[in-house]
Design a binder for this molecule. Structure first.
Ligand SMILES: Cc1cc2nc3c(=O)[nH]c(=O)nc-3n(C[C@H](O)[C@H](O)[C@H](O)COP(=O)(O)O)c2cc1C
Length: 323
């Protein structure tokens, strides 16, 4: 089959996008690279894909909008004080953000054992980690010495005055997350936010249907990258049934395994760690390189499958006798 002139573009919320990729929200990007959120957003803008800023970013949502531009989405963690969400939503609307992602799968943190192993006491690294830092002189000279560990700029004003430090943010933020989020919160957000609304952390058909009933525009099938609850169902396992149930009503987003996910019914794919590795290795250019590698691979696999476009992918390419 002639597979020349392949295209990997999609239409996302009515707008053309040259690739099925989006950059997923991740907190503390400024730790990997000075002004890391802005570098990620600029790389996304230059690739023509959306970038989603985390609530717990190291740059304000206003700075990302002014300095990077592009298709910007805002991620929302619901805090106990609902006024914080109200404020973030109104700031994101004023700053022109296109979509709001409400994350629901990390309001109670997992016991992050890797974190416990990294510190002797809160804020005090182990000798092994201090040695690790010493072995990364470029990071020390680019990030640590000139700028220090970045603050949670985007939510700094919501922290108690004595907690507006790096350690204060790390200690106080997890306790500020609301452990009682409910469908009423989603309805409340829907009433306030006039643009695209996406629910992150959906893993079953009933919740996907409820999101559609409440008026969401999209859902993200996610278990937070397995970083909170490591034994829950894999998003790709539930994708076919969720796509069958609500694929006509909702835009379905998922992480990793780009072409497999699209073949099984996803509309687009959000990536978190791959672009972070690029950010840590080379700033904006590193993120652009990570995106280029993924795009090249998407194009190559399309060709190997004998396809011209993502729209030609189907589940029979992965599952024998799929409907
Ligand atoms: C370092 C790190 C920080 C993250 N921070 C957030 C966050 O602030 N908000 C959020 O909704 N998801 C967050 N996530 C989850 C990602 O958005 C994404 O769902 C997850 O990493 C899976 O994608 P991946 O396998 O491509 O990394 C974070 C993930 C990582 C690795």
């Amino acid at each position: 089959m002639n597979t020349e002139g392949r295209k990997s573009g999609i239409s996302l919320f009515g707008k053309p996008s040259p690739s099925p990729l989006l950059i997923s929200p991740t907190g503390l990007n400024g730790l990997l690279h000075h002004r890391g959120d802005i570098a990620l957003a600029k790389a996304a803008a230059s690739a023509g894909i959306p970038f989603c800023l985390s609530t717990v970013s190291n740059a304000t949502l206003e700075d990302v909008s002014t300095e990077a531009g592009g298709r910007l989405w805002m991620q929302l963690y619901m805090m106990n004080d609902r006024n914080i969400a109200r404020d973030i939503i109104s700031r994101a609307e004023k700053a022109g953000y296109e979509a709001l992602i409400f994350t629901t799968d990390a309001n109670v943190f997992g016991r992050r054992e890797w974190d416990l192993r990294n510190y002797r006491q809160p804020g005090k690294l182990t000798a092994r980690n201090i040695l690790d830092i010493a072995l990364h002189p470029r990071w020390v000279s680019d990030v640590m010495i000139p700028h220090g560990i970045p603050l949670f700029e985007n939510v700094l004003d919501y922290l108690p005055a004595e907690m507006r430090t790096v350690k204060g943010g790390v200690v106080s933020l997890p306790g500020m997350l609301a452990p009682d989020i409910s469908w009423d919160d989603l309805r409340w957000i829907r009433d306030m936010w006039p643009r695209k609304l996406i629910l992150k952390g959906v893993l079953n058909v009933a919740d996907a249907r409820q999101a559609a009933n409440i008026g969401c525009d999209g859902i993200i099938l996610s278990n937070h990258g397995g970083r909170q609850l490591d034994s829950c169902v894999a998003p790709i396992e539930v994708l076919p049934e969720i796509s069958q149930a609500v694929g006509e009503q909702l835009t379905i987003l998922i992480g990793s395994d780009v072409l497999k996910a699209i073949a099984l019914g996803a509309d687009a794919v959000m990536i978190g760690r791959p672009t972070l590795y690029g950010l840590a290795a080379g700033g904006q250019a590193g993120v652009e390189h990570a995106l280029a590698l993924l795009s090249e691979e998407i194009d190559r696999v399309l060709g190997q499958l004998g396809c011209h476009s993502l729209q030609q992918l189907n589940s029979r390419m992965l599952i024998k006798n799929a409907p």
